[in-house]
Design a protein around this ligand. Structure first.
Ligand SMILES: Cc1cc2nc3c(=O)[nH]c(=O)nc-3n(C[C@H](O)[C@H](O)[C@H](O)COP(=O)(O)OP(=O)(O)OC[C@H]3O[C@@H](n4cnc5c(N)ncnc54)[C@H](O)[C@@H]3O)c2cc1C
Length: 501
């Protein structure tokens, strides 16, 4: 396969293809976008361009053992397609679900795989985006024009995960693996495995390999909150016993889960100590009275400042209890030939080290953007509700929720895009952009997200790349599904924020 990254992004001689809308990415957001566009804006021509060889995004990229969702699929699934299995799903189940959405709605004809978009240039003279995509199989550049760009590129770089630079890494004699690029040939049977990290990925990999490897140690700098819970939904099971239609079950169970989550989120702000005790009590129930929960599972931050991962059926904790897995809370001093030397002076021996250390934030799919010949720096823009940006015409960006399922927002944004496109058609407008109104001019401009509210590492590392947020809700990505679900359908598309041309 040619190295497409080094090829010039100039369009070759072949003709340019035009579409009304171009969707970037065939993950859960892009496939959802295609569904909504086909349903809500019939007659609109569109194409989905996707770097990878198939759909799925996150669920295709990640192939580490045990890969699964950490939120329930009743809400991570689309609003329009019932989820009919256990709430926490494997990547394979999510891909099968997305495949059904594509097949049932004949969306495959719109998706072009192995097309990595390298650049997108807006021209106000033509009211068009010109998009150059490099074919990852042949290295050819394909040129497209589109009236509207729907960014469903996700939030991290798919080609490579984030691994910090630790001293002595090159001296380690074993293998270092990032879960985002898990090698197919990795043989961990009987081996000593060390997993660095404390998030959902580490909590998934550890139980998934615990039975096969010699021993697996989870090494974390600081603990995380987890919710160990049965991978079942009692309400869904009861409704199924009553032979209720699956589309009803989907809607009812979604509402119940969202209601419970709203209560939980509110409580974690209003009574963090009580919530904290409940969460720790859940872990204690699995690990027993003698386990050192204070050191290994008691975070210093209040609940919900980082995403809380489900541990279905407590599998991580059962592995620890059975002695197949253990947790070390310490800091890495450096890598050594045989493993890792900790700041405490102890050495952890390992044959394989898994760096479950997170993502590289990729704000715009690593696409070179320009608006009327000027390179676009998104960090200089102000976001309108986390989906449009000042000075960037005819573009909407999908960034989901951190505390609720991503897809809830992908569906809401899709409704908004379709409404905006229909509105533009009715007005005969070819261009729309958001602009600060006179009353917004003195509004304070702040970082994308308040670190006091939510502060995972990939966001903190990449905050300087993200657009600014303003001091009013409409100029923020509020992360609040419960208000957005009511507000989005009521957004007044003629209220002065939207400037048409
Ligand atoms: C392991 C893991 C588990 C997660 N679990 C959950 C969960 O349980 N619940 C939850 O709400 N969220 C979860 N998330 C967050 C998750 O990423 C989102 O929920 C969701 O899958 C994102 O979907 P997306 O389609 O927006 O983006 P992605 O899944 O990131 O897909 C984006 C697609 O765009 C393509 N793309 C990017 N740039 C370009 C380009 N320049 N040209 C062409 N194509 C491009 C990529 O190849 C990719 O296929 C998880 C994330 C990870 C990594």
């Amino acid at each position: 396969m040619p190295d497409t990254t080094t090829l010039p992004a100039k369009a070759d001689a072949q003709k340019t293809e035009h579409f009304d809308v171009l969707i970037v990415g065939a993950g859960i957001s892009g496939v959802g976008g295609a569904y909504h566009l086909a349903k809500q804006c019939p007659g609109t021509s569109f194409v989905v361009l996707e770097t990878q060889e198939s759909f799925g995004g996150t669920w295709l990229t990640h192939r580490y053992p045990g890969i699964r969702s950490d939120s329930d699929l009743y809400t991570f699934g689309y609003r329009f397609k019932p989820w009919t299995s256990a709430p926490i799903a494997t990547a394979a189940e999510i891909l099968a679900y997305m495949g059904e959405v594509i097949d049932e709605n004949d969306l495959g004809q719109h998706i072009r795989y192995r097309h990595r978009i390298a650049s997108a240039r807006w021209s106000s003279r033509d009211n068009l985006w010109t998009i150059d995509a490099v074919r990852t199989d042949t290295g050819e550049t394909r040129r497209f024009t589109a009236g509207f760009l729907w960014m469903c590129q996700g939030y991290y770089r798919h080609s490579e995960g984030y691994t910090p630079e630790w001293q002595g890494m090159e001296t380690f004699k074993g293998r270092i693996v990032h879960p985002q690029s898990w090698p197919k040939d990795l043989d961990y049977a009987g081996k000593q495995v060390l997993v660095i990290g404390s998030g959902a990925t580490a909590a998934t990999v550890v139980p998934a390999i615990a039975n096969d490897c010699g021993h697996v140690t989870l090494l974390q700098r600081s603990p995380t909150y987890f919710i160990p819970a049965r991978n079942a939904n009692d309400l869904a099971d009861t409704l199924r016993q009553l032979q209720i239609d699956e589309s009803w079950i989907h809607e009812i169970v979604r509402r119940k889960i969202l209601h419970d989550q709203a209560v939980f989120t509110r409580r974690s702000f209003e009574e963090p100590e009580a919530v904290r005790k409940e969460l720790l009590g859940g872990v204690r129930a699995y690990l027993g009275p003698d386990y050192d929960i204070d050191t290994h599972f008691t975070p210093s931050y209040r609940p919900w400042r980082q995403r809380i991962a489900y541990v279905p059926d407590g599998d991580l904790f059962r592995g620890i209890r059975a002695g197949k897995a253990s947790v070390v809370t310490d800091e890495i001093d450096r890598f050594v030939e045989t493993g890792i030397l900790l700041k405490s002076g102890k050495t952890l021996e390992a044959d394989i080290i898994v760096t479950a250390t997170g993502f590289n934030l990729s704000v715009n799919g690593d696409i070179d953007f320009a608006v009327d010949g000027k390179p676009l720096d998104l960090s200089e823009t102000v976001t309108y509700r986390g989906m449009m940006f000042t000075g960037v015409p005819n573009m909407v960006w999908v960034f989901g929720y951190f505390r609720a399922s991503w897809t809830l927002r992908a569906d809401l944004v899709a409704d908004f895009v379709c409404r905006l496109l229909r509105h533009m058609k009715d007005k005969g407008a070819k261009k729309v952009e958001v602009a600060l109104r006179p009353e917004d001019k003195d509004m304070p401009l702040l970082p994308w997200i308040d670190p006091e509210n939510f502060n995972p590492g990939y966001l903190m590392r990449g905050m300087h790349l993200l657009p600014k947020r303003g001091g009013k809700p409409e100029w923020q990505h509020t992360q609040d599904y419960w208000s957005e679900k009511d507000q989005f359908p009521l957004i007044d598309l003629d209220d002065g924020v939207f400037v048409y041309g």
